[in-house]
Write a protein that binds this ligand. Structure first.
Ligand code: AMP
Ligand code: MG
Length: 269
């Protein structure tokens, strides 16, 4: 079975994260098997990115979301290892700036869209505007509650204009988050990654879970599906995300463009 079919959140279906196992590893019994498979998949990703770039017809957008310490950065590091930096752009969305707040919430998102031929990776995204914003009442409910439909319309528009969209929710358990925070505390080279605010956010775990469930239930669409990735085991998370990206790229049936000249007539002296 394809990874995409296994982990796609079906459209218009109520998602409960308690029913999704964050420890899942599909048919992979060991890290060693998965690592070998990941090597193969990332090699294929390198070839497909080359083709995407050469074809220059569509942009390819990868959205990563998840709780703090769910592995958004690690996924980017491991999955995108083999891709050509020319043709890839990572955008990390932080708290909106004063300028960004002066615009509608999708303004900064639209500006970061990959061009045709490029892969764009979003580390956090417009979904923060129905996640952190909802959990902390940063705007009134009547404002954020309209955003699910606005996001679906926005993504549909992008898809119809040549952007392929894949969205990944990296699903970890609350215990796994605790372990990762403790590891960070114990390792001085990881201290830069933590802020006391992250630990405070942990108190809102249930509210975030509810907010994510609403996103996965309402915004997984045919043209912009969400995938719920078991992410307690990093090696499986990397393999699942990389495989789904490759499966989607394969499905585009890309071709190198025909040369606009007769190759056999060229003489190089
Ligand atoms: P990090 O990913 O650790 O660099 O943290 C980025 C921070 O920016 C997180 O705490 C996010 O919740 C926050 N953030 C991202 N987008 C928004 C947004 N639209 N509104 C408020 N906070 C946001
Ligand atoms: Mg962080």
């Amino acid at each position: 079975m394809k990874f995409a079919d296994r982990f796609r959140a079906p459209p218009e279906t109520r998602i409960r994260l308690a029913d999704c196992d964050p420890d899942g590893t599909a048919d992979y019994a060991s890290k060693k098997d998965a690592r070998k498979a990941l090597k193969r998949v990332t090699r294929r990703l390198t070839e497909l990115q080359y083709l995407l770039y050469a074809e220059n017809k569509r942009g390819f957008l990868i959205v990563l979301q998840g709780m703090d310490a769910s592995g958004k950065d690690g996924t980017i590091r491991h999955v995108m290892r083999g891709v050509n930096p020319q043709g890839t752009r990572v955008t990390s969305f932080k708290k909106p700036s004063v300028e960004e707040l002066d615009h509608d919430f999708l303004w900064r998102i639209h500006r970061a869209m990959p061009r045709r031929g490029d892969i764009g990776i979003f580390n956090r995204s417009h979904y923060e505007d129905v996640l952190v914003v909802r959990v902390h009442d940063l705007v009134p409910q009547h404002v954020w509650s309209q955003r699910y439909d606005q996001i679906n319309a926005f993504e549909k528009n992008l898809a119809e204009n040549g952007i392929v969209i894949l969205k990944f929710f990296l699903h970890i358990s609350k215990e796994e988050q605790k372990k990762r925070f403790e590891d960070r505390l114990a390792n001085p080279t990881r201290h830069w990654k933590i802020s006391p605010a992250d630990f405070e956010e942990r108190q809102f775990w249930d509210q975030y879970t509810e907010a994510f469930e609403e996103v996965l239930t309402r915004c997984s669409t045919e043209c912009a599906p969400w995938y719920v990735i078991p992410a307690n085991r990093k090696w499986f998370r990397n393999l699942a995300v990389a495989s789904i990206i490759v499966e989607r790229l394969e499905s585009l049936d890309m071709r190198f463009p025909e040369p606009s000249f007769d190759v056999s007539e060229i003489r190089i002296d």
